[in-house]
Each structure stands twice: as C-alpha cells, then as structure tokens.
Design a protein around this ligand. Structure first.
Ligand SMILES: Nc1ncnc2c1ncn2[C@@H]1O[C@H](COP(=O)(O)OP(=O)(O)OP(=O)(O)O)[C@@H](O)[C@H]1O
Length: 464
C-alpha cells in the first residue's frame, strides 16, 4: 500500500507550514486543510489521517467524529501533555504533547499508516494502492515481498507441492501458513512438523502414525500427521534434515498418495498438500548425495525463495513499527518508537537472524524501555556500527577539508543524516589533528570539552 494522504488542520500558520514542510520532506503526500467545510462535508477520497492541534480538534469534534465514523479516520492531536485524557480511548486517537517533536510525529504517522494497512475494517485498499501485508501476518512493501505476495496468491490456487527455501527467520512458516489460508483447504488442518526437532526413530511414527504394539510404548493406535492433515496442508519444516530411509518413504507417499502406519501392512489413502521448507541449500545437498534427487524434484514443483532482510532494507521500518505496536499492546507499554538515529543504525545492520532477530530485538527493547523513544544508547552493542577514527590519509599527508556537497543529489538527501555525518567527520578530523586530545579538539571545534565528550558518546565514537 502506498502511504495514505495526510491532512493538517491547524489555525496557526507557522505550525502547519512546519508540519507540511517536514512531512512532505519525509515523502508523505500532505495537504493543509484551510477550512474544514469541504473537507468534512464531501470528503473525496475519504481522509484517513488527520494531524491537528487539540483546541482546533475540539472545535470541530462533531464534524470529525462524523467523518471518522465511516472510514476509520486516524487523528493525531497535539496539545499540552495533560490534555490527552480528553481524547476517546481508541487506537485511532493518537496524542502528542507539545512542544512538537518531529521524530515523535513521524513515528505516530507510521503508526497511523500501519493502522490503515492492518485494519480489518479496511480489507479492500483502493485499486491504486498495493497491500503492505498478506493474510494480515506477513508484512513487507519491498519489491521482493510484493513479488512474494503475488506468488503466494497464485500458488494457493493449486494443490501443487511447494518448496520454500530461505535463511532462518525469513518467514518460511508464515508463507506456508498464508498459502494454506488462501487455498481451498483453509477450512481443514494446517499441520506443521519440524523434521529436525524430532528424533529420527520417532519421526516415522509422527508422520505416518502407528498401530498398537508396533514398538515398545505403542499402547494404542495413533494417527500420524499425514492422517491429521488429510484434505488440508502438511508443512514439513527443515526437510533438509530428513534422514535417507524416511526420504524414501516420503517419496512413496508423494507418488502414490498412500502410506502405511508403523506396524501396519494396510495402506491408507490420503489427500494432503505438501509444503516443505529448509534453510539449507537443497541443490548442494543433492550434489553431495545428502538428499535424494528424485525427492528434491518431487518437492520443488513450485520453488519459493524468501529474501533475507538485508536485501530488503525498506521493510525494516515497517516491520519495526508493526512489532512495536504489537508488543506495546501485549505488554501494556508506551514505547513511542525508535529515534531517527537508532532507526538508521538498524536499517544498516546485516540481520543474520532476519525478521526473527528484528522481532526479538523490538520485544526486548519494549520490555526494557517501557516508554519514550529508543535511542542508540538503548541498543545492544552488537547493533552499533564500529567507529573508525583513524585518519584516512597516511601520516604526513594532509586530510582533505570537509567541504561538504556542492549540489543537491537528484534524488534528494536526508538532511539529518547528512548533517550528522558531516558533524562526525569534523570531530574525527579535529581528533586526528590533536592526536586524540579531546581538550584541544574541542578548542579547535569551538566546543566545550564536555560537549565534545557528550557528542562522542552519543555517536559511539572513540577518541583513540
Ligand atoms: N514478513 C514478516 N512479517 C511479519 N513477521 C514476520 C515476517 N517474516 C517473519 N516474521 C516473524 O519472524 C519470526 C520467524 O518467522 P518464521 O518462523 O516463519 O521463519 P522461518 O523462515 O520459518 O524460520 P526457521 O527457518 O528458523 O524455521 C516469526 O515470529 C514470524 O512471525
């Protein structure tokens, strides 16, 4: 879904101009509402996010409530901190205390956008908008994820076997569940089994069931996952870990659609859609003879690859916002968001554990922080970039003067990051010139020593 339009309603010209400039710069389609007559009487298209100050809002409350009733209008209101209690208790009414903090505003706008994206009351986004989610569980707006959503929707129509490959934590199980949910089998069971987590000697009985007395401890007949998944979907996770003798048995079920429970000679017919997943490279395993080639081809009728998070960084803020909302709700916390600096750090991190790692981090931050904004100081050390303060020129060669850029890049620039980088560079140059002496470096920069130390700490820079 593209961002929905933002409307600003404020009688104070300076405030609305500031908000307009900031939000437009952040890439939001933003409009000032000069007078509310047309806006409330004939909204077309219906407004979905309104940013306004509380007194203005109160003056127009009946109109706004009327407008919001039909189309899930999210209202972001600002005023003195104690005014918040006037607002209705509803996730669509977001409050921001004055003075306005633009980081906070942006995080609220992201929450509003997320609300629109996930709201079950808005299942059909306008035709010109692409969804940011599938089955309200898989979040993503990157090209790779939109392609994945399309693929899942197509695949769901058939009963063909699917092989989902991708690194750990990329959402393979979520994708499998979405395929099932969108398929004609959705009213039957989705049965997951992790082939790596069950000991080899028990896996066969887990999959195919057993008859009473077939082995020590088999006190009664027991249905296996194939039987439970009849007319539904069986999700074979970590298929790459399945041992050779079971691979043969699985191949047979895929070919004949029949199986025998352990200890029985009677075949049972079954109609199961198989979705297998692995984070191993199955083709390599086939080449190394660790995985049967014939089974590999049977499983990979439709191959799907989940992209790692580091290759779709534009999904990171969206996922963070989604998990933040979820953990704030679950844990009754009021964490407002990640500061711009910490968001930038997370967007540049490599995420070896993919979305699972991101989800765990947000949960940890929400648990520890409880409220306010998460700053770089709150992040665990491994997420912070390793600073390099070594002068980039060899000894005896003078470092170039930090002249900055002469022209604005065609695609625009993030002013805050650029200014931040420029500041860091000047500090590095000053420290390089003074051999790491902070007092002298501070003097060169016309700063108090303590201010320089603060900045070094904030930027996680070291002086030597
Ligand atoms: N695109 C996404 N949107 C929202 N949540 C996601 C997304 N991708 C993954 N997750 C979340 O990340 C966690 C890991 O997802 P999942 O178990 O599907 O990954 P996986 O690839 O099957 O991992 P593994 O290979 O380790 O089994 C889950 O909590 C899931 O809800």
């Amino acid at each position: 879904m593209s961002n929905s339009k933002l409307f600003i309603l404020d009688d104070d010209r300076k405030t609305r101009d500031l908000l307009l400039a900031f939000l437009t710069y952040q890439g939001y389609d933003t409009t000032i509402v000069d007078n509310d007559v047309g806006f409330f009487d004939a909204p077309s298209p219906p407004p979905r996010t309104l940013i306004t100050d509380l007194p203005t809002l109160l003056a127009r409350m009946p109109n706004i409530l009327k407008t919001g009733a039909d189309n899930d209008l999210v209202v972001i209101a600002y005023d003195k901190a104690e005014s918040a209690r006037i607002l209705p208790q509803d996730e669509r009414w977001l409050f921001m205390p004055k003075p306005l903090n633009l980081d906070e505003l942006e995080s609220m706008v992201m929450r509003a956008q997320e609300y629109h994206a996930l709201s079950s009351r808005n299942p059909d986004p306008p035709a010109d908008e692409y969804p940011h989610f599938l089955c309200s569980t898989i979040i993503g707006k990157s090209r790779q994820m939109l392609h994945l959503f399309e693929m899942i929707e197509k695949v769901a129509e058939s009963s063909a076997t699917v092989l989902i490959q991708g690194e750990s934590g990329t959402g393979k199980e979520l994708a499998a569940r979405a395929i099932h949910q969108l398929s004609g089998r959705s009213n039957r069971n989705f049965v997951p089994i992790n082939c790596a987590a069950i000991p080899e000697d028990l896996l066969e009985s887990e999959l195919f069931g057993h008859v009473k007395g077939s082995f020590t401890g088999a006190y009664a007949n027991r249905a296996g996952r194939f039987e439970i998944a009849d007319k539904g979907t069986l999700f074979l996770d970590e298929i790459g870990d399945m041992k050779a003798n079971l691979q043969v048995k699985l191949l047979r079920v895929l070919q004949t659609k029949e199986f025998e429970p352990v200890g029985s000679t009677r075949s049972q017919k079954v109609d199961v859609r198989i979705i297998a997943a692995t984070n191993k490279n199955l083709e390599e395993q086939v080449a190394n003879r660790d995985f049967r080639e014939d089974l590999y081809y049977r499983l990979s009728v439709i191959p799907i690859t989940m992209p790692p998070l580091r290759e779709r960084r534009e999904d990171i803020p969206l996922l963070i916002s989604h998990f933040l909302g979820q953990f704030n709700r679950d844990k009754r916390r009021l964490v407002k968001g990640f500061s711009r600096e910490s968001l930038e750090i997370l967007c540049n991190y490599s995420w070896p554990g993919n979305v699972r790692e991101l989800e765990n981090l947000v949960e940890r931050m929400v648990t520890i922080k409880e409220s306010g904004f998460i700053t770089p100081d709150d992040l665990p050390e491994k997420y912070l970039p390793t600073p390099s303060l070594a002068p980039s020129a060899p000894a005896g060669v003078s470092l170039p003067e930090p002249t900055g850029i002469e022209e604005l890049p065609a695609a625009g620039i993030c002013l805050n990051s650029a200014v931040d980088a420029f500041e860091s560079r000047l500090i590095q140059l000053a420290l390089a010139r003074t051999g790491g002496n902070k007092k002298e470096a501070a003097a060169l920069l016309n700063l108090k020593r303590t201010t320089l130390i603060e900045k070094l700490k904030k930027k996680n820079l070291q002086a030597s």
